[in-house]
Design a protein around this ligand. Structure first.
Ligand code: ATR
Length: 283
């Protein structure tokens, strides 16, 4: 059977195998998709072994997406311009092709939710690999992005990285509300920090949360993330976690490997709220 995998550390809680099982069932493609927990300094070795042993493609997750970018022989434009890779595939000439499906997956989910239009002003929280991986697609769609981050220099570095594609604003958190530094009304806040993983909330001023704003967290859990709970507590109505993005980015990976796009709408509708409880997949 065709072999695929997700590489990460930690990987125990990954929902990718379940999602790919749903896609395989829906499209009638038979594939074996496994989780591989990679020791921190062994990423490239593990990938090479996997391909030597017959692996055809892989998803890459935290913390290896920037490293994955470096080991690829060729890149899609999405991967090339974002500088991070979350999907790889062995080509017919035995080369490693790298793609980034996170950005396009997020954009698709934001569109499904009606959270975004081409001119949306986005406040992006965080400046790590997760933030870097989504910016290119948002820029391509026509959005304006302002980054704030706990460490100001990291926000500045990301803006520098994308400067030849589009100007990205970056601000010190304390300047977000100063009219002389910032006159933007934000339509959408995206939390791309890893703060939710430790039960924390990124430090942003409350007054940025207008009732009509959309708030999206790239992370997800059995219940709302701390950031989303905080948004709801302060009156925000339109919130979403990253389960839809997870399913959409997986669909683009599936398409890269098999040339068939799964019907994600059906899967999101059915499993978004209970992906943590699936043990048995039925129709
Ligand atoms: P990833 O590759 O998953 O994005 P990362 O590179 O470690 O992971 O980046 C994590 C992001 O979350 C960073 O922007 C980090 O801020 P710093 O640049 O200051 O490290 C941010 N982050 C993590 N914990 C946070 C917290 N408790 N509050 C605010 N930001 C946090």
């Amino acid at each position: 059977m065709k072999l695929f995998a997700v590489f990460g550390n930690p990987i125990k809680h990954s929902k990718s195998p379940i999602i790919h099982k749903l896609f395989a069932k829906q499209t009638g493609i038979s594939q074996n998709y496994i989780k591989i927990n990679v020791p921190i300094n062994f990423f490239s070795k593990s990938i090479i072994n996997f391909f030597k042993n017959g692996g055809l493609g892989a998803n890459i997750t935290i913390p290896f997406k920037r490293e994955a970018y470096k080991i690829c022989d060729t890149l899609t434009n999405r991967a090339k311009y974002s500088g991070v890779v979350n999907t790889i595939k062995i080509t017919s000439c035995k080369k490693i092709l790298g793609d980034n499906t996170d950005g396009i997956g997020l954009l698709k989910d934001l569109n499904n939710l009606n959270f975004i239009i081409p001119k949306s002003n986005i406040l992006l929280l965080g400046a790590g690999g997760a933030a870097q991986g989504i910016i290119y697609s948002l820029i391509q769609f026509g959005c304006n992005i302002t980054i704030i981050n706990r460490t100001y220099q990291h926000a500045k570095n990301i803006a520098e990285y994308f400067k030849n594609i589009k100007k990205i604003n970056y601000l010190r958190i304390e300047n977000l509300l100063h009219h002389s530094f910032n006159q933007i009304h934000y339509d959408l806040i995206i939390n791309a920090t890893s703060s939710s993983m430790n039960g924390n909330i990124p430090n942003i001023p409350l007054s940025i949360l207008k009732p009509d704003i959309f708030c999206y967290d790239l992370f997800y859990d059995k219940e709302n993330t701390p950031f989303l709970k905080w948004c709801v507590f302060h009156g925000v109505k339109n919130i979403s976690d990253g389960i839809g993005m997870l399913i959409e980015q997986a669909a683009y990976a599936f398409y890269l490997w098999h040339g068939i796009m799964p019907n994600t709408k059906k899967i999101i509708r059915k499993y978004k709220k209970n992906i943590f409880n699936i043990s048995n997949i039925s129709d």
